[in-house]
Design a protein around this ligand. Structure first.
Ligand code: SF4
Length: 442
């Protein structure tokens, strides 16, 4: 086993031991057993148990001495935000004010010297004691990740066995935000030269626009991500509940901690972490009985693949405004390099469409760093699940409309009323209203 794989498995093994003993009620003793005075083990132990700075996601566990092969992608090269610098010995220093917690450096670190914190162990007591409801909200990319036999109903049953009160598919809230984004497009793209950047889904895309391509901030739609909408929705319907997001993404761990939206989600775990949790507590989701199912539309279910957001919003806009002259002409980019190129092109005036969607990972969330299966297979599962939906768009989905009423939205146009749709709005803060998306402002 090479050093990197060894370190990865050591971090994962420590995590698994902690989860197992947390469910047995003797995690403190296990921590003392694992602690061996070796600084790397102790660092892995700290972050596997959810310790360290509560506002930070990516941590350095040791000095690497700059051992990465020259010319290879390494942490510095992967960082979009110039958050990684080296000291005189070549050791990595993470600049806290520049780091967005996107996790790209963790993905490429050959020596597992950089890790993302695991947030599950502190939750186990809450899940076991059941003194308050803890909901799992699961990303649209989950379908197929845990094997073809693991349906949404079986996944819900498995999560309940872990102690969750229930599971909500984030796709349901992607449906809701699809409506909002379609209306935002309708409001702001009124001339051929106008365009809009969707703010949905991907925190890496949003951070790129906010930090690197600030001139484009006026064009970004003022919406929270489906994860945040879902967390807020669950808490609105179940006051006092805690919410845990499950997805293929490290960057979502950081998004959940952002100051203006940190009310929504209390912890984030990844698909790979969940797979390990099931393994150590002896749950095989495929063998469980189906639990009740949900009713998201095709629109919300296809978000996990590149182009899914654009397609969902375009279908919904056509349904809401069939006679609209200016249709959505979507352009998409996936992977950091392509997102960069698209944003640079737009800044230089080469705008090939009027609706821009970017996803930080190749293939979209099905290609996320903590996905379990091959991205092509993930995409296939997501597309099939999308086709199985009972409705193409949220407009035709009576369950979505019913849910919206329970959240205080009685008419789709309420989405444009900030007093009624506050839980879905994110103020990116730098621009005035009227010609917010006008290309004149570049
Ligand atoms: Fe996370 Fe990648 Fe999906 Fe962006 S594209 S939300 S970084 S998994």
């Amino acid at each position: 086993m090479n050093e990197s794989r060894y370190n990865e498995s050591r971090y994962d093994e420590i995590f698994k031991r902690l989860v197992k003993t947390a469910y047995r009620g003797n995690v403190s003793e296990e921590i003392e057993k694992i602690r061996d005075g070796d600084s790397i083990t102790d660092q892995y132990l700290l972050y596997a148990s959810g310790g360290g700075d509560p506002n930070t996601v990516v941590f350095k566990v040791r000095d690497c001495g700059g051992r990465c092969a020259a010319g290879k992608d390494n942490c510095e090269a992967s960082c979009l935000f110039d958050a990684i610098v080296r000291d005189m010995e070549g050791n990595v220093i993470i600049a806290p004010n520049s780091c967005t917690g996107c996790g790209k450096c963790v993905e490429v670190c050959e020596h597992y010297s950089l890790v993302d914190k695991k947030e599950f162990v502190p939750l186990v007591k809450l899940l076991k004691d059941r003194t308050m409801p803890v909901f799992a909200i699961i990303a649209p990319a989950f379908i197929g990740q845990f094997g073809p036999a693991v349906t949404p109903g079986k996944m819900r049953a498995a999560l309940k066995r872990l102690g969750f009160y229930g599971m909500v598919e984030v796709a349901l809230f992607a449906d809701i935000l699809t409506l909002k984004e379609a209306l935002e497009f309708d409001r702001h793209v009124t001339r051929e030269e106008d365009f809009m950047l969707t703010s949905m889904c991907c925190p890496i895309w949003v951070s790129m626009v906010k930090r690197v391509y600030q001139n484009l901030v006026p064009h970004i739609s003022p919406s929270v991500s489906p994860m945040v909408a879902c967390g807020r929705g669950v808490k609105h319907l179940h006051p006092g509940a805690k919410v845990v997001f499950i997805g293929p993404c490290i960057a979502k761990k950081a998004e959940a901690k952002e100051i203006d939206i940190k009310d929504a989600v209390d912890a984030v775990i990844t698909f790979r972490e969940l797979e390990q949790i099931f393994e150590v507590v002896g749950i095989n989701p495929a063998e469980l009985e189906e639990d009740e199912s949900e009713h998201s539309s095709t629109a919300g279910r296809i978000y996990a693949g590149t182009g899914g957001v654009s397609r969902a919003i375009s279908d919904t806009l056509n349904r809401l405004r069939p006679d609209r002259k200016i249709k959505i002409r979507a352009i998409q980019a996936d992977g950091v390099q392509d997102c960069r190129k698209m944003l640079k092109d737009v800044l230089e005036g080469h705008i090939g469409g009027n609706f821009l969607e970017g996803m930080g990972c190749n293939g979209g969330c099905v290609g996320g760093p903590k996905a379990i299966i091959d991205p092509a297979d993930g995409r296939k599962f997501v597309e099939e699940y999308g086709k199985e939906a009972g409705s193409l768009t949220p407009v035709d989905n009576k369950y979505v409309m019913e849910l919206l009423k329970r959240l205080g939205i009685h008419d789709v146009h309420d989405f444009l009323d900030s007093s009624k749709a506050a839980m879905f709005i994110r103020d990116f803060g730098q621009v005035e209203q009227a010609n917010r998306y006008s290309s004149d402002r570049l």
